[in-house]
Design a protein around this ligand. Structure first.
Ligand code: NAD
Length: 477
């Protein structure tokens, strides 16, 4: 069993102030795979003090130097695909091939995109010809608490830490207690890349302990949080007393609007997207809205596609989906599937219980509900499992109304071969992102939500700006 009890503080690996062992469970086997320590407010005090001490110098470092450190990191990260893939796969259950390609790959792509965005970023820029001696200076926001979840761990860690580093911030990362191993590996790479002592720190812990200590700490200037809406509310309240900037990337309940004229693959594509990462993506297209003329055929196609999705151990190679992350999530998903049945939705694939022949591991059957309406619990709550809810609609107006009738506003999807309608619908949807006809967002596009899906944007130039203060200086020489 892996034992990694230390934290990374002020450029060194240090023991926790008070030992507090925590077992990391492999969701494919339900067996412990690692022991880490959960930190306390005393560890947080040390890490925040280190970040605070490092800030004045790092903030004023030439951006080119900060970018160079990140380039060194990327070089190292590029050699760690195997190791990173294994860690993620073991601790959160993404199948190994997927973990190496998509999970590791997301961290690589974000880092590359931030480097590109930063090289084109004017950290000091003129206000305009009308004010020749004015300069607008973009500088690091300060000491940041970076709090990340387990579902796309390297994606989220790089979106925060790499952007923060380039922006000139110093930071304490608290990864999810469910998936600390990938973040510990990331910290080793930060160290190897030569990030100066105190600029990047890592303290493991849970939300109640380290999370609360960080988000209420008087010397933390900004909290960047990705996770559940529930925790986002608690964090905002805790951070309010010291008026921190709080950036939130929260849950979603995306609609995938499929018009009758959508391309042939639209339904299958929507199902596969939903099932990817065992449905544990905040931007999952979890409500499939299908125009009536196409609805019956779409239900059949969706059931068939879900029936073909293989479920298997995260340690096995190949294209399948793995378990969900832990017992709590497994039980929550089972209860929501049962609720869907009880509330009268029609189950056309999957259902409660583990897949046939499986009696260990947090495996969930790829599940499709048809004939649902948007008031049912399975259409309102984020299930965070491989469960798709299908709802029929008649008109474009009705589709938009259903899609927007949710407290969330992260990503929506539109499938139609009518280009004008596609654009019209995209502009009517209240979400931070809209993806049309299976085309993913381009590299460096802003990622983030409206309404209760959060605020602020991550990725690319918008992700850099979120970690910066904007200073107006007049009389510049
Ligand atoms: P979670 O909110 O339980 O935990 C996320 C992180 O916050 C963990 O590190 C946890 O320890 C910490 N935390 C929990 N309560 C806290 C508190 N009161 N104070 C400080 N820290 C606290 O979420 P999760 O179960 O790990 O992740 C799943 C959720 O994340 C889903 O709702 C999903 O939609 C959301 N998510 C959103 C995005 C996005 O970009 N919008 C991306 C991925 C995941």
């Amino acid at each position: 069993m892996i034992e990694k009890r230390q934290f990374y503080i002020n450029g060194e690996w240090v023991d926790p102030v008070t030992p507090n062992d925590h077992k990391v469970i492999d969701p494919s086997t339900e067996e412990p795979c690692a022991v880490i320590s959960l930190g306390s407010s005393a560890d947080v005090d040390k890490a925040v003090a280190a970040a605070k001490a490092a800030f004045p110098k790092w903030m004023k470092t030439d951006p080119a130097e900060r970018i160079a450190v990140v380039e060194k990191f990327l070089e190292i990260y590029g050699t760690k695909q195997e190791e990173m893939g294994k860690a993620i796969s073991m601790e959160m259950g993404a199948p190994i091939d997927m973990a190496k390609a998509q999970q590791w790959g997301a961290g690589f792509a974000h880092t590359k995109n931030f480097i590109r965005a930063a090289k084109n970023f004017q950290f000091v820029r003129p206000l305009g010809d009308h004010a020749p001696n004015d300069r607008i200076v973009y500088e690091g926001y300060g000491v940041c608490a970076m709090i990340t979840p387990w579902n796309w761990p390297m994606n989220q860690v790089t979106l925060k830490v790499i952007a923060g580093l380039i922006a000139g911030c110093t930071m304490v990362l608290k990864p999810s207690e469910e998936s600390p191993l990938n973040a510990l590996l990331f910290a080793e790479m930060m160290d190897e890349a030569g990030v100066p002592a105190g600029v990047f720190n890592l303290v493991n812990g849970d939300g109640a302990g380290v999370g609360t200590a960080l988000t209420g700490h008087p010397d933390v200037d900004m909290v960047s949080f990705t996770g559940s809406t529930r925790a986002g509310v608690a964090i905002s309240q805790n951070a309010a007393a010291t008026l921190k900037k709080v950036h939130l990337e929260l849950g979603g309940k995306g609609a995938n609007v499929i018009f009758a004229d959508a391309d042939d693959k639209a339904v299958k594509r929507g199902v596969m997207h939903m099932m990817n990462n065992s449905g544990q993506s905040c931007n999952a297209p979890s409500r499939m809205l299908v125009q009536r003329e196409r609805y019956d055929a779409a239900v059949e196609q969706a059931a068939e596609a879900a029936g073909k999705v293989q479920v298997g151990s995260a340690h096995d190679e190949g294209r399948h989906i793995g378990p969900v992350v832990n017992e709590t999530q497994f039980n929550k998903i089972q209860a929501l599937i049962q609720k869907g049945i009880d509330e009268g939705a029609r189950l056309v694939a999957g259902g409660t219980g583990r897949p046939d022949g499986v009696n260990r591991g947090y495996f969930v059957k790829p599940t499709i509900f048809a004939d649902a309406n948007n008031q049912m619990t399975i259409a309102r709550e984020e299930i965070f499992g491989p469960v798709l809810t299908m709802i029929p609609f008649d008109t474009e107006e009705e589709a938009i109304e259903i899609a927007n009738d949710t407290p969330y506003g992260l990503t929506n999807y539109v499938q139609t071969t009518d280009g004008e309608r596609a654009n019209r619908v995209a502009l009517s949807l209240r979400s931070g992102m809209v993806e049309m006809n299976g085309q993913p967002r381009g590299a460096g596009a802003p990622f983030g939500g409206m309404k209760q899906s959060g605020n602020g944007r991550e990725g690319g130039v918008w992700g850099l700006e979120d970690f910066m203060e904007v200073k107006a200086v007049s009389g510049w020489n």
